[in-house]
Design a protein around this ligand. Sequence first.
Ligand code: DGP
Ligand code: NA
Ligand code: NA
Length: 210
Amino acid sequence: MASKRGALIVLEGVDRAGKTTQCKKLVEALQQSGRPAEMMRFPDRTTTIGQLISSYLEKKSDLEDHTVHLLFSANRWELVPLMKKKLEQGITLVVDRYAFSGAAFTSAKPGFCLDWCMKPDVGLPKPDLVMFLQLNPAEAALRGQFGIERYETSAFQKLVQQKFQLLMKDPSVNWKVIDASQNIEDVHDNIKSHSLKAINTAERTPLGEL
Ligand code: DGP
Ligand code: NA
Ligand code: NA
């Protein structure tokens, strides 16, 4: 039986843009319409590598910046066999952050260039669609205070936002910018319509590589 592959759909954006909420809503909506779908998130803090990352983010441990960058990438790579298996089974994967967060967050640190930051993720499964949830810093501030994890300061998030703007210039990636300042349902409708198109296209095209 020749079955259709699932789509690899990624949500990116700065903190408090609503990525996690929207990933969950998208998976529910796809499942309700009879399309197999599952959510994944990076970093996946449940693996051995993920636990090292989690401890670093919680500031319980310090790691050298290149080292932690490679750990984030390794955390994506270790999930690739599972991702490919699910996509081949026809399951659409809705992923909360991916390689673009990797490049944006590390290149926002002093002494890192975007080019070096993207190298370890070259060859990862290429998303069929990457939606960037756009929210300006003033509106993000209205959604509450930052948490206590590493990277959660407005100065750093502003730099991250600038790096994402550079990444979105890459025409080889199917980027869509989503206005995340709208209410949850309107954002969801927008995300769902882009996703349905991507699922249709994915059925007819092979999975690419970053
Ligand atoms: P989250 O669990 O979605 O809140 O993400 C945890 C934090 O880690 C968040 O501030 C974004 C950051 N992050 C996600 N992926 C990467 C990555 O690959 N590299 C770096 N340096 N940071 C990342
Ligand atoms: Na966070
Ligand atoms: Na989130």
